[in-house]
Design a protein around this ligand. Sequence first.
Ligand code: IUR
Length: 449
Amino acid sequence: MSSIPELIQKKRDGGKLSDGDIRRFVEAVTSGSIQSCQTGAMLMAIWQRGMDARETASLTEEMMRSGEVMSWPPEWAGLLADKHSTGGVGDKVSLALAPALAACGCKVPMISGRGLAHTGGTLDKLESIPGFDIHRSAEQVRAILSSVGCCIVGQTETLVPADRVLYAARDVTATVDSLPLITGSIISKKGAESLTALVLDVKFGRAALYKDLGSAKELARLLVQTGELLGIRTAAVLSRMDAVIGRSVGNSLEVIEALQLLKGDCRHRPDLMELVAALGGLLLAMTGLAADRSEGAEKISRAVTGGAALLKFRAMMEAQGVAPETARALCAADADYFKILGKARHRLDLTADRDGVLLDVDGLVLAEVVHKLGAGRSEAGQPVNHRVGAELLLSLGQEVSKGTPWLRVHYEDPAPSSDQVERLQSALVLGSAAEWRKQTLVQEVLLPV
Ligand code: IUR
């Protein structure tokens, strides 16, 4: 058996690691018998030299097997579905998609993450609901899937422990942005959910991990290929991440927007509905609950506009600790959201400084400023302020006259600085009607080959 230094040397010199080599490395990481400098050196060797498809699949499988792999009752075979997004701004898709899929007959054991840097996290959003508990054991997840059909929870201690160690090491060794390491991290956690079908929302654009479509596509291909090698039906959607998804950024504001969508208000957020329907449509087709993805997308849209998904969201809230009267009040047509979720102390409306058509809003700028105002965290473990955020008051393509409010910032003390206000104003892109091009978010769909 090779020693850890020999494995590092092999990868450093451009060699291929065998399945046994990769097992040895992941076992040493999981048991803690490896030194952290050795982990860092191996990660850097992988970052430099890359891994081929076989090595990547082997790394992913060994990571998945480093902890508990969930098991489901045989009658759910073929129905287990989940999605993963590479991180967006205002991305509240999971909040609507999980209940919509459950309403269509899927079982959705969604394991989500927290926000870091400028991207938000689904768990932080859900925790803005009083009582919502993201901690659920595998046994509790099974019970919720049996009664409700979906849950959204955090990663348990026993699930993919190797990823916890490797992710923390990547974070401090400048090795986060490595295709095989990203793939191993994402797909091992989905593999441990024992899924039938997985859809990946791989984003590209100025507010995405990968700015250009080509790099995002390379990651999407590797993710799809690796998911398939692990026996999960896997597809990817390449979606544009330039502006905000929907109209809000910030934890409780995004929960409110997801609830508005689930109450049938798709008109003000067609981009959000487009993503939910595209991702859900693929999953329904892959689980055989729809004949193809366009029929799947229609079923998802009906579950959203007809109220079935809202009922599932309410049941999921109750199953995850929210008091029934709170869940009912949030789902009522005339819900007083701010009374239930709390409201930031202050609001500031920014106005357009000239006439024009709203061509674009720089989502990255909005996310960065809102993050600094307290909505996000700069280090893992820091608290976030759920009430801080920003709401877009207009739709893309809308005509705007000078003085029209376009953005409402919800903030606590201190107020946004003049620099921050200036940055926010710079996010507004106005132009002429001739320049306006309506763009869909979904650019391409990658199906397994
Ligand atoms: N999300 C993950 O779960 N793993 C990663 O490596 C990245 C995002 I980047």
